[in-house]
Design a protein around this ligand. Structure first.
Ligand code: G7M
Length: 333
């Protein structure tokens, strides 16, 4: 079992990280941006979600130009953390007594530091669009007819969208190549399956992978027609098999879906554990891949004809464009 020091942490906070899962501990990695957060200058808290136990803060690093977003997420428990010698049920879990009433004893538990890691994402340099995306704000439902798509949404996507560099880095094996779970390199029906940025890659209870297609130019659900059925069926069949082989989870325990609108306009499919309420699984945002395939099998140009609902944030320029057109009606006519 490899161990590693988090060397730049203050002595009082130095912890031994135990490489139980054979993972590399990445603090010495060339791509690492920072080793501690002591220099992070907080500007404001953009959102604080007590249900998801996530917080997003805006700030900067001295000597580094531009804005940084820091996203913390408290992790879920895993069953193994209760079966391991170095899990929660050890002398390292210090209990602080709070009170007793009848048979009810209340404590605060301070477990081993290794168990209290926070999933942490830093976006740097962050753009105005990233700040909008992570800011707490009202959301609205839009019923997007094909005409509205062509008149408002499509020109908006063509004008302003998040960079797809991270997607191309994955497809070109320049980033995250060691995280790839499965690849079919066929240029027409192939894809790469890998852990989503939001997943720690280990906790099965929150399993979240993303399948990114190799072919370029497919922006979203709206572009799909019967010529893409081989691609969609391939993603379903091979994605399911790769997850079954790697994580021992059958297709019946997976939620496989596309977002509309997606954040990133290069076609990708989400694979999450069915029991996990992953962000963005609600009816106004997610479309099951099996439904998508079935709709296209029935009507080849279904997604070029159907009215699609989607949720838009109030600060998003897309919302402002729909609002200007005064077409935010609950029911299309
Ligand atoms: O909402 P949309 O369907 O566009 O979802 C895009 C997904 O890509 C989200 O679930 C993100 O968490 C995920 N994602 C975003 N980025 C920037 C990355 C990344 O750099 N690597 C990986 N593996 N997933 C990402």
């Amino acid at each position: 079992m490899a161990t590693s020091d988090v060397n730049d942490a203050p002595a009082s906070k130095k912890i031994k990280l135990d490489d139980k899962n054979g993972d590399k501990i990445n603090d010495e990695h060339d791509d690492n941006l920072v080793k501690t957060l002591s220099d992070f200058k907080l500007e404001k808290i953009l959102s604080n979600n007590s249900n998801r136990k996530t917080i997003c803060i805006q700030g900067s690093f001295p000597g580094k130009d531009g804005i940084a977003l820091l996203i913390f997420e408290k992790k879920s428990f895993t069953d193994t953390e209760f079966n391991n010698d170095d899990g929660y049920l050890t002398e390292n879990s210090v209990l602080k007594y709070v009170f007793k009433n009848d048979v009810y004893y209340s404590y605060e538990c301070f477990p081993d530091l290794v168990l209290s890691g926070l999933k942490t994402t830093i976006i740097y340099p962050a753009t105005e669009k990233h700040i909008q995306k992570f800011s707490q704000q009202n959301i609205h439902l839009v019923n997007e007819t094909v005409d509205l798509y062509n008149k408002i949404t499509l020109p908006h996507i063509q004008k302003e969208q998040f960079s797809l560099d991270w997607v191309y880095n994955i497809l070109d094996h320049k980033s995250e190549s060691e995280r790839i779970v499965f690849e079919d390199s066929d240029p027409n029906i192939g894809f790469i399956l890998l852990p989503d940025l939001k997943w720690d890659g280990k906790t099965l209870e929150t399993l979240y992978l993303v399948g990114i297609v190799h072919c370029k130019g497919l922006k979203s659900l709206r572009d799909l027609n019967d010529s893409h059925l081989p691609l969609l069926r391939n993603i379903y069949t091979k994605g399911v098999k790769a997850i079954e082989d790697t994580y021992n989870l059958p297709a019946s325990q997976l939620r496989i879906y596309l977002h509309y609108q997606p954040s990133f306009y290069h076609l990708h499919v989400h694979f999450t554990y069915l029991k996990y309420d992953a962000p963005g699984i609600f009816t106004e945002k997610s479309h099951l891949l099996t439904n998508v395939i079935s709709n296209i099998e029935l009507i080849g140009d279904y997604y070029q004809r159907v009215t699609l609902p989607f949720v838009v944030r109030e600060n998003d320029n897309l919302f402002k464009k729909f609002e200007t057109e005064k077409i935010l009606k609950p029911c299309p006519n």
